[in-house]
Write a protein of this length. Structure first.
Lengths: 159, 359, 171
């Protein structure tokens, strides 16, 4: 399955409900999707293209546009190895009420990644079974109440 | 029977900067939950405040036993954004360094696995050979023992020194002999086999579902290796195989790494044989154009991906490293239901490196 | 014990200390400590790679009298801080240090343990382990070579050799 086919199919199937799928370079496709349609799209790509392997989940902070973006990188793993194609799902999340559905029901492997993103960005993943402290120390809440280190408004000492 | 709760680490011979919360009933592990974060040094946040080149030593520190692949993923990302081609000689030198550090990391792992299963000879041999053979070769090439920041955007920092080919070939010849001895004393050792065979079995479908990577994946019968599946540097011009074992137990995961050391030596040989002449680096700009890139390499512990977002300035807007140890964290659920004495072999067979998880 | 008893023990202790610090005896006591340093096995960050190398055949700090690092805390008298101490680890480091019997010595290994090193502006580290523990020897480098660690052990032994014997509690 090549990239152009996937892009066409996604556009046909979802039309207005997703942003235009974009081909960054060979083997990289980026799709922007609002969180309302995220689960549908995720189910669709998993079932149709068999993208069964989530590589990473990251957050990005855009304070000027008043949003976070949660980024999922997905690929296909079969017995014979990875498919070189990486599909990127970008989910914009409002900065005031950062909530988005968790994809753990579709890819088990996003569990730890989502937990890390929750901790460092403060993005709530609805339906995630265990959003608990992972990397930061136990007294974080006393030391920096309501602050999340990877947000852009959290400044390091020499900035 | 009532259950007992205790934690292994962070002060514990072997576990390092890492804690495991274990619930035990009798001799059976009911639940094993990893508790990372003891070395969370906020590399991703600091990277946003430093320039692209300054970040090379910084991200290298997240995995000091396998430094080349980490820096390579980062350098590849920047090169893609800048749109520059790295000269072929640099690509080959990169392959040599990556394979050297793969062997280095596997020997480190082998030594610690040795002491974990009570085999102190393997501990001594592993560390000794790592120092005398591999670290010294890397030092001759790059100028430092472990933290050499050798791979930079645009190529590598220096050209290879004179006479390094002969030195490396001699070293690898000797290392081949040592590998046979390792096999005889350790991997064919009936005690080691008993301790690891059938222990911590991870089935193929479960491995894919949990998203584990690297030798842990290949020990479960999945031929997943970025070097073959999405070749980078000069790997598509070299001839090598990917070791796969389908049993999915601690023994097969160990054998994958053992075979990889041999294959890595052969890759290094080929790279030296085919080493092209020419430049070893090209000039890069300090400002990186706007854009995003996702570059993947196969590090010693598995697939390492670097997600880099640039806003056109001298500093990255966001740098995310998706590291193999982090992705192998779900593998700790393998300990559930096994005996407490099986915990060390399972733990070591995942080759977990806490710094890489925490970043 | 009664107040009188306490005062008596205190006096006795200071008397013994005076005697012990007379030169030949002091030398003997210090000498007996020199070559059996028992380090705690606590790895705090990536300097542990070089710590491992220092313990192993090529460099082998064992020949300077640093014993194997698999002892229990209660037998240890040396703690080598191998690199960055994060805030989460700092608590544990303090706890471990307080469980060791005195006399106890601390070696701070690596730029991170000395001042924060590469991660000087991180939000999650202690900038220099000397903020929480009294450090005897600093080993610069990132990571320090195993030879440097061996040198640090020699420096520490020098310090012990010249030091005063202290038998009162809470050294
Ligand atoms: S000094 Fe360097 S090698 Fe040591 S812990 Fe710090 S960063 Fe790691």
């Amino acid at each position: 399955m090549n990239e152009a086919q996937i892009i066409d199919e996604l556009r046909d199937k979802f039309g207005e409900r997703i942003g235009t799928p974009e081909r960054l370079r060979q083997h990289r496709i980026v799709v922007t999707v609002e969180k309302e349609n995220l689960l549908d799209l995720a189910k669709f790509v998993k079932d149709t293209y068999d993208l069964n392997y989530a590589i990473s989940v990251s957050g990005i902070d855009y304070p000027e546009q008043n949003k976070f973006v949660v980024v999922y990188h997905l690929c296909k793993m079969s017995e014979e190895g990875h498919l070189p194609l990486v599909l990127t799902l970008k989910v914009p999340v409002n900065r005031q009420t950062p909530r988005t559905p968790s994809l753990i029901s579709i890819w088990q492997s996003v569990e730890w990644h989502e937990r890390e993103t929750w901790e460092l960005f403060g993005i709530e993943f609805e339906g995630h079974p265990k959003l608990e402290r992972l990397l930061l120390h136990e007294d974080w809440d006393e030391e920096f109440p309501n602050q999340f280190p990877l947000r852009k408004d959290f400044l390091l000492e020499d900035e | 029977m009532s259950s007992m709760y205790f934690s292994v680490g962070p002060q514990h011979p072997g576990s390092g900067h890492f804690r495991m919360k274990i619930t035990l009933q009798g001799d059976i592990i009911l639940n094993a939950e990893p508790d990372p974060g003891f070395v969370h040094r906020s590399v991703e946040k600091i990277a946003e405040t430093r320039e692209y080149l300054q970040n090379v030593p910084l991200i290298e520190r997240q995995c000091l036993s396998d430094v080349s692949s980490v820096t390579l993923a980062y350098a590849m990302g920047i090169e893609e954004l800048l749109g520059i081609e790295v000269p072929p000689r640099a690509q080959y030198i990169r392959v040599i360094m990556c394979e050297l550090s793969r062997i280095m990391s596997h020997l480190y792992w082998l030594a610690i696995l040795g002491i974990f299963v009570g085999h102190s000879t393997m501990f001594m041999w592993g560390f000794g050979d790592r120092d005398i053979l591999i670290t010294e070769t890397a030092e001759k090439i790059a100028g430092a023992r472990v933290s050499y920041s050798y791979i930079i955007p645009g190529g590598v920092r220096y050209d290879l020194p004179d006479g390094i080919k002969e030195h490396t070939m001699k070293t690898l010849d000797y290392f081949q002999g040592r590998l046979k001895e390792y096999d005889a004393i350790f991997f064919s050792n009936p005690i080691f086999k008993r301790r690891t065979k059938g222990v911590g079995v991870l089935s193929r479908s479960e491995a894919i579902r949990l998203g584990v990577t690297g030798p842990t994946l290949r020990g479960s019968g999945v031929r997943g290796d970025i070097r073959k599946d999405a070749p980078y540097a000069a790997y598509d011009e070299l001839d090598f195989e990917i070791p796969v074992y389908s049993e999915g137990d601690s023994y097969s995961r160990s054998l994958v790494r053992f075979r990889e050391m041999k294959i890595s030596s052969s890759i290094i040989r080929q790279a030296f044989e085919n080493l092209p002449e020419g430049d070893f680096k090209v000039k890069t700009r300090k400002k990186v154009p706007e854009g995003e890139v996702f570059s993947r390499v196969e590090a010693a512990r598995g697939e390492l991906a670097c997600y880099l977002i640039s806003d056109g300035t001298r500093k990255p807007y966001r740098l995310k490293m998706s590291t193999p140890s982090f992705r192998n964290l779900p593998g700790f659920s393998l300990m559930k239901g096994s005996m407490l004495a099986d915990m060390p072999p399972i733990y070591m067979s995942l080759d977990y490196w806490p710094l890489e998880t925490d970043r | 014990m009664s107040a009188v008893g306490n005062a008596f023990v205190g006096r006795l202790r200071s008397l013994v200390e005076k005697i012990v610090n007379v030169n030949p005896i002091r030398y003997l006591v210090n000498w007996s400590k020199l070559y059996s340093l028992w380090p705690v096995h606590l790895t705090t960050a990536c300097c542990s790679v070089e710590f491992g190398a220092a313990n192993c055949p090529r460099f082998d700090i064992g020949r300077m009298g640093v014993a194997a690092f698999f002892g229990s805390l209660r037998q240890c008298d040396l703690i080598i801080i191998e690199g960055t101490v994060t805030k989460k680890m700092a608590k544990r480091v303090k706890k471990i240090y307080s469980q060791m019997p005195s006399p106890r010595y601390v070696i701070a290994m690596g730029a991170c343990a000395i001042s924060g090193g590469l991660f000087y502006n991180s939000y999650n580290i202690i900038k220099g382990v000397d903020k929480i523990l009294p450090v005897d020897v600093y080993v610069p480098g990132c990571p320090p070579r195993p030879e440097a660690l061996a040198h640090a052990v020699l420096l520490l032994q020098d310090k012990i050799r010249k030091g005063r014997v202290n038998i009162t509690k809470g050294e």
